[in-house]
Design a protein. Structure first.
Ligand code: NAP
Ligand code: ZN
Length: 335
C-alpha cells in the first residue's frame, strides 16, 4: 500500500506530492482514510523548522478527521467505518502516572503526529488507537478537525484554571486557536476580551463571544485594561513585548502561553513579583481533556469558522496562514 501525501522536503520549502509505504499495520494501530485536515500554525513552524525539531521529508497535518479503514488485532471499541479524529499526539509510553491519568500530553515519551512520522496532509494515516477519538454526531467533519488541536489546546488550560462566571479572561491573538478560545471562555461564563493586532477582526471577535476588543497597537485601549484579567491566554505565534500584556493581568492572575514563538520569553522578574503574577505554559491536552473538550464543544455549540480548500492546494492555505489572512482556520479536503 502507498499513501499519497504532501511533503516539505527541506526547511522553508513549499509542499510537493510525496508517497510512502506505511508497511504492515501494528496490532495497536488504527488506519484512517482522511477526509479533512486543518492547517495549524504549528505546521508552519515545522515547515520552517522554527523550533529546530524537524527531520525531512515532513508531512504536516495534525487536525485530522476521517473514517476508520482498518484496525490492528489489539484494537477494541473503534471499528471500521467509524468517523474519528486525531490531533497533535499519536503516541506516549502508556504506563507513567501522567498516561494513567489521561494526561499523556505531558508524558516524557510523547510522540507528535507529524514529527518523526508522517501527518495528515495525506489520504490516510495510521496511529495508536489511544489517540483516535470518535467525533460527536452533531459536529460536522470540517468543523471537528480544528477542534482536535486548536480546540483542545485552548480548552484545556481554561478548564484547568476553573474559568467561570465573574472572571475576566483576555485572549491575545485571534487566529485559529484564539477564535476558539473566545468561544470556550464565553461558554464557561467569563467576561471575555479579545486582544488583537488586526483592527478588522473586531466585529467577528464580538460575534464569537468577545465582550470587549482591544487593538494592541492602541496605547489608550491597552492601558485601560491594566491589571484586569484573572487569566490571559496568549495564542500569538511571534515574539511580543510581553511586559505590556503581563501588566494587564491582575494581581494573583496568570498569563498562560500556548502560542510558541521561536524567540525566548524575556520578562523583568519584578513585573511578576510586584503583583504576585504567574506565567504558565500549556501543551495541547491529554485524552481526558480531548474527550471533555469534544463533549463541551458539542453541548455549547463551540465551532470553528473555517475556509475549506482541496488538499492539493495546501500551499495556498499555508500562504494564507503566513499572511494572517485565514478566517480563522483553513481545512484541507480530500474530495
Ligand atoms: P494563527 O491562526 O496564525 O493565529 C495566530 C494569531 O497570532 C494571528 O492570527 C494574530 O492574531 C497573532 N499574531 C501573529 N503574528 C503576530 C505578530 N507579529 N504580532 C502580533 N500578533 C500576531 O495560529 P494558530 O494556529 O492559532 O497557532 C498559534 C500558536 O499556537 C502557534 O505558535 C502554534 O504553534 C501554537 N500552538 C501551540 C499549541 C500548544 O500545545 N501549546 C498547540 C497548537 C498551536 P491577531 O491578528 O488577532 O493579532
Ligand atoms: Zn496544532
Amino acid at each position: 500500500m502507498l499513501i499519497h501525501a504532501q511533503a516539505c522536503m527541506h526547511a522553508g520549502d513549499v509542499l510537493i506530492p510525496f508517497e510512502y509505504d506505511p508497511g504492515e499495520i501494528k496490532p495497536t494501530d488504527i488506519e484512517i482514510s482522511i477526509s479533512h485536515c486543518g492547517i495549524c500554525h504549528s505546521d508552519l513552524h515545522l515547515m520552517e523548522n522554527d523550533w529546530g525539531t524537524n527531520s525531512y521529508p515532513l508531512v504536516p497535518g495534525h487536525e485530522i478527521v476521517g473514517v476508520v479503514t482498518a484496525t490492528g488485532a489489539e484494537v477494541a471499541g473503534i471499528n471500521k467505518g467509524m468517523r474519528v479524529g486525531v490531533g497533535w499526539q499519536r503516541g506516549s509510553c502508556g504506563d507513567c502516572s501522567h498516561c494513567v491519568a489521561g494526561e499523556e500530553n505531558v508524558c516524557t515519551r510523547t510522540e507528535a503526529t507529524c514529527i518523526g512520522s508522517f501527518g495528515g496532509f495525506a489520504e490516510a494515516i495510521r496511529c495508536h488507537h489511544r489517540f483516535v477519538f470518535p467525533i460527536p454526531d452533531v459536529i460536522s467533519s470540517e468543523l471537528a478537525a480544528p477542534l482536535l488541536c486548536a480546540g483542545v489546546t485552548v480548552f484545556s488550560p481554561l478548564a484547568r484554571a476553573g474559568i467561570a462566571s465573574g472572571m475576566k479572561v483576555g485572549v491575545l491573538g485571534i487566529g485559529g486557536l484564539g477564535h476558539l478560545a473566545l468561544q470556550f471562555a464565553k461558554a464557561m461564563g467569563a467576561d471575555v476580551t479579545a486582544i488583537s493586532s488586526s483592527k478588522d477582526k473586531e466585529e467577528e471577535a464580538r460575534k464569537l463571544g468577545a465582550d470587549h476588543f482591544i487593538n494592541s497597537s492602541n496605547g489608550m485601549q491597552m492601558k485601560r485594561a491594566s491589571r484586569s484579567f484573572h487569566f490571559l491566554i496568549s495564542t500569538v505565534s511571534s515574539g511580543l513585548e510581553w511586559t505590556h500584556f503581563l501588566s494587564q493581568v491582575r494581581p494573583g492572575g496568570d498569563m498562560c502561553l500556548v502560542g510558541v514563538p521561536k524567540e525566548p520569553l524575556v520578562i523583568p522578574i519584578g513585573t511578576l513579583i510586584g503583583g504576585q503574577k504567574s506565567i504558565s505554559g500549556s501543551s495541547i491536552g491529554g485524552t481526558k481533556s480531548m474527550q471533555a473538550m469534544l463533549k463541551f464543544a458539542a453541548k455549547h455549540d463551540v465551532r470553528p469558522q473555517v475556509e475549506c480548500l482541496p488538499m492539493d492546494q495546501a500551499n495556498l492555505g499555508i500562504t494564507k496562514l503566513k499572511n494572517n489572512s485565514a478566517r480563522y482556520r483553513i481545512v484541507l479536503l480530500n474530495f
